[in-house]
Every structure is written in structure tokens, then in C-alpha cells.
Design a protein around this ligand. Structure first.
Ligand code: URP
Ligand code: ZN
Ligand code: ZN
Length: 476
């Protein structure tokens, strides 16, 4: 029961979500939610009967629906110059796609090439988002070189509200760092209280295997996985863990694809290494047989680390259920089949890596995780929202439903049944890796800081609503 006037002289927009079943990482109950301006101000039973809403209050009936905190995708690429091409989405397209899929916050990887000036790159990435995003966003700063000026630049980046870094142990000659650079990055991160996200694959072995396979005439997309076997990923995780253990830094392994890599992370954690694990939705739903499809169709499914043998899926779901895997992201990296993936027709090493999925993460995770009983609703919310907020300094403004939190809410209809098709998608890419995949449940209404951005599953909102979320270091 609420007391007093919830809107004392208040002219801010108000939103009342009535009678939904609120589900967070650790609670489930039926209640109404009042939002004033950008914020959740009250939660309780029958709030509408207790107070008179001011004129202009929007009332949404959520009877029979779940109400989740806005989902957070902690690993996306939007502006991405990579492998001789440029990823297809802009913030205009990617943020709408995110929202219709229930994602209200994106965290994008800033990926300068080794030759780029890092501060200029950071400003460039920010300029691509500013005034163009319909959802909120933040960045991880890619450290793709470490020289005498890097410390000063990274301090500035952190002071600007970006206290998370990204390193690549893969992509030799492009984004990859050497061991000295890795050590210096982790040492600095430890000093600054910054978390370091890392792509873990041994670059040297990948380069050798690629050369060997091509020399044997093995040029198709089906050879991408053999060029980056599970042992190469596991070695990358072990390598990162050794450096994290010695420096005391907090690390986060992105896009974990296989049992062997997960085992290395579990072993590192049991030794006291501060290591968290992310997987991404393609590994939970697709397997390497997709990359083996004939007539170069497999190129649509080339990403790194690669899609694996189907046996790994059960291990990943289990890791998710037990919490060894903290988060499910996408690693959204959209390249068209025509003209972009096709650049690798005669050489799989030239296929731009990435599977577009920012639009479908939440629906696929619910359908394949919750609806099948592999994970419960709380783990679903935790992995797709709350853990990302906690790891990256956004909690409790994001990732929770509580008075004082941002009014980022997803009203989810569990009775909806549909199918993913390219024809319906918002992502600016010419194929869907999930074409024809059925989904159970849908993000029906989605709000960003109190503004309804999605109604009846369609983007109807303010294309410029999103803003950059400035964060504080929290891993000291
Ligand atoms: O294949 C992938 N993962 N593409 C995006 C770049 C990266 O490695 O995250
Ligand atoms: Zn990566
Ligand atoms: Zn990535």
C-alpha cells in the first residue's frame, strides 16, 4: 500500500504498469509499477486503486504477462571496421533491433586497429552513437596496442565513464596484443579498478592452422572451425588466467564456446583468479553443422570462436544453470552474405567473422532455455540483464526492478508463438542465421527510462532516446 500523494506537484510523465508478474534475478511477485519521469518510484499491489493518477498517465495492463528489467547485451559490435569491411548496422538500426528484442542497454566494443590513435578511436565510436540511439549504451575500450602513451589515454577513457577494457588474444596483426601488452594492460586495469574483457584464442596457432589448411586446398567455410579448435580457445583462457592471477586483475572471458574453455575458467576460479565467463546466444542454439552447409551457405555461420560440435551445447547450458557462466551476450557483428561474407568464397580466412543476433538473444534464450526447463526465469533474467549490470557498473540503476531504478521494463507475453524471419528483422543485414526458428514468448512492450519504445512488438518510440551511460570503476 502506498501512502501520500505519489505525484506531489509533479508534471513529469507518468506510467503505470498494472497487475503484471514481476520477475527479477531473485524475486517473483504480482504488483503494479509506477514510473515518474525516467525512474521507477513505487511498486505495490493495486496502486491504481490507492491513488488517483494525474491526467496524462499512461496505464498499461500487464495481466497474464511477465515484467522483466530491461535486458542488457554486454558484447556488441556496431561500428566495426574488420577484415577489410565494415559491419552493416548503425546505431539507428541496431538500437531498434535491440529494443524489439527486449534489450534496453547495449555495451559496444571500441575496436581501434593497432595503427589507430586510441583516444581518437574512442571519440569516433562515441560520435557514431551520440544522438542516434533509441536505447541506452556504454562502451568497452579496446586496447589493441600498449605503448608509452597508452596509460595516459586509458586513464582519460576511464575518467570519461568507460571503466572496462577489451583485449584480443586472437586476430594477429589486426586487434591482437602480445604478451607484454597483455601484462601491462592487466597491471593498469588492476591499478584503476577496471575489468578487462578478453577474446581468448591463441593467435599464433590459429595463423599456422589456417596456412596449413589452405595449403591443403581446404578453403571452404567448413574449415573455419578446424582452424580454431577447442584446444586453441582453452589455451587462450588458460593464458589469460595466468596473467590475471599474476597481476590480480579482474577478467571476463567473452564468447565462450566450448567445454574445454569453460573447464579452464572453472579451474582458474578455483585457484582464486577473478575470472567471469560470458557465452553468446549462437553457441547455445546453433552448432558447427551450420557452417558446413553447402554452396558457401556456411559462411553465414562463420564467427570466432567458431560454432562447435553439438555436444558443447549441453555443457554451456549446464554452466549457465549453475552460474559458472554469468552472462549471455550476442557478439552481434553483422556482415551481409552478398558482397561481404562472399569476400571469402575462395578462402575461409577472408570471410568477415560474425553472426548478427542482437534482435533475437532474449527470445532465443527464453525459448531454448526457460521454455525447455534448462534454466529458470530468475537465471534467465540474471544472465541476460542483472549480471551484466553488476559486472559493468550499471547496477542497480539497470538490471533491477526497484524504486530508484531506471524505468527500463519489458512486458513479456509468454503465450505468444512466432517464427524468426529475415523479412521481419530490424537488423540491417541481408540474412538471418535463425531463419525459420520458432520462438515462444515475446517482448511485447519495452520502455527506456519511462518512455514506451516498443508496443505490440514493434518499435514506435523516440529514435534518439538513448544516452551514453557513464560508469565508475568497481573492480579495485
Ligand atoms: O566472429 C566474431 N566474434 N566477430 C566479431 C569480433 C569478435 O571477435 O568479437
Ligand atoms: Zn571476439
Ligand atoms: Zn566481439
Amino acid at each position: 500500500m502506498i501512502t501520500g500523494d505519489p505525484f506531489p506537484g509533479d508534471i513529469r510523465m507518468a506510467l503505470l504498469i498494472r497487475n503484471g508478474e514481476i520477475v527479477t534475478a531473485d524475486a517473483r511477485y504480482r504488483a503494479d509499477i509506477w514510473c515518474e519521469g525516467e525512474t521507477i518510484t513505487r511498486i505495490g499491489p493495486a496502486l491504481d486503486a490507492a491513488v488517483e493518477a494525474p491526467a496524462g498517465t499512461e496505464v498499461i495492463d500487464a495481466t497474464g504477462k511477465f515484467v522483466f528489467p530491461g535486458f542488457i547485451d554486454p558484447h556488441v559490435h556496431i561500428h566495426l571496421p574488420f577484415m577489410g569491411s565494415l559491419a552493416k548496422d548503425t546505431y539507428e538500426t541496431a538500437s531498434r533491433a535491440a529494443l524489439v528484442g527486449g534489450t534496453t542497454t547495449l555495451i559496444e566494443m571500441v575496436c581501434p586497429s593497432r595503427a589507430d590513435e586510441p583516444w581518437e578511436a574512442y571519440e569516433l565510436w562515441k560520435s557514431k552513437a551520440e544522438g542516434r540511439s533509441a536505447c541506452d549504451y556504454a562502451f568497452h575500450m579496446g586496447v589493441t596496442r600498449f605503448d608509452d602513451r597508452t596509460t595516459e589515454v586509458l586513464r582519460r577513457v576511464v575518467a570519461d565513464g568507460t571503466p572496462s577494457f577489451k583485449v584480443f588474444l586472437a586476430y594477429q596483426g589486426a586487434f591482437g596484443v602480445d604478451d607484454s601488452e597483455l601484462y601491462r594492460t592487466l597491471e593498469l586495469a588492476k591499478r584503476l579498478g577496471v575489468i578487462v574483457t578478453a577474446h581468448c584464442e591463441n593467435a599464433e596457432i590459429v595463423a599456422r592452422l589456417q596456412r596449413q589448411l589452405l595449403a591443403e586446398g581446404k578453403t571452404g567455410p567448413e574449415w573455419h572451425e578446424p582452424s580454431r579448435p577447442v584446444s586453441v580457445e582453452a589455451e587462450g583462457v588458460h593464458h589469460l588466467a595466468t596473467f590475471a592471477g599474476l597481476t590480480g586483475a579482474t577478467v571476463y572471458v567473452v564468447h565462450t564456446s566450448c567445454a574445454e574453455a569453460l573447464a579452464e575458467a572453472a579451474a582458474a576460479r578455483s585457484r582464486g583468479v577473478r575470472m567471469s565467463v560470458e557465452t553468446v546466444v549462437p553457441y547455445l542454439v546453433l552448432d558447427k553443422s551450420y557452417a558446413e552447409r553447402p554452396n558457401f551457405e556456411g559462411a553465414k555461420y562463420v564467427m570466432s570462436p567458431p560454432l562447435r560440435d553439438i555436444r558443447h551445447q549441453g555443457v554451456l547450458w549446464n554452466g549457465l544453470r549453475t552460474g559458472l557462466i554469468s552472462t549471455v551476450a550476442t557478439d552481434h557483428a553483422p556482415f551481409d552474405f552478398a558482397g561481404q561474407k562472399e569476400m571469402g568464397r575462395d578462402d575461409f580466412t577472408k570471410i568477415p567473422n560474425g553472426i548478427p543476433s542482437v534482435e533475437h538473444r532474449v527470445h532465443l534464450l527464453y525459448t531454448h532455455g526457460v521454455a525447455t526447463g534448462r534454466i529458470d526465469l530468475h537465471r534467465f533474467v540474471d544472465a541476460a540483464s542483472t549480471q551484466a549490470a553488476r559486472h559493468f557498473g550499471l547496477f542497480p540503476k539497470k538490471g533491477s526492478i526497484a524504486p530508484g531504478a531506471d524505468a527500463d521494463l519489458v512486458i513479456f507475453d509468454p503465450t505468444y508463438r512466432g517464427t524468426i524471419t529475415r523479412a521481419q528483422q530490424q537488423m540491417n543485414v541481408d540474412y538471418s542465421a535463425f531463419e525459420g526458428v520458432p520462438i515462444e514468448g515475446r517482448c511485447e512492450t519495452v520502455t527506456v527510462r519511462g518512455t514506451v519504445q516498443v508496443r505490440d512488438g514493434r518499435f514506435t518510440g523516440d529514435a534518439k532516446r538513448g544516452r551514453m551511460l557513464r560508469r565508475e570503476p568497481m573492480h579495485g
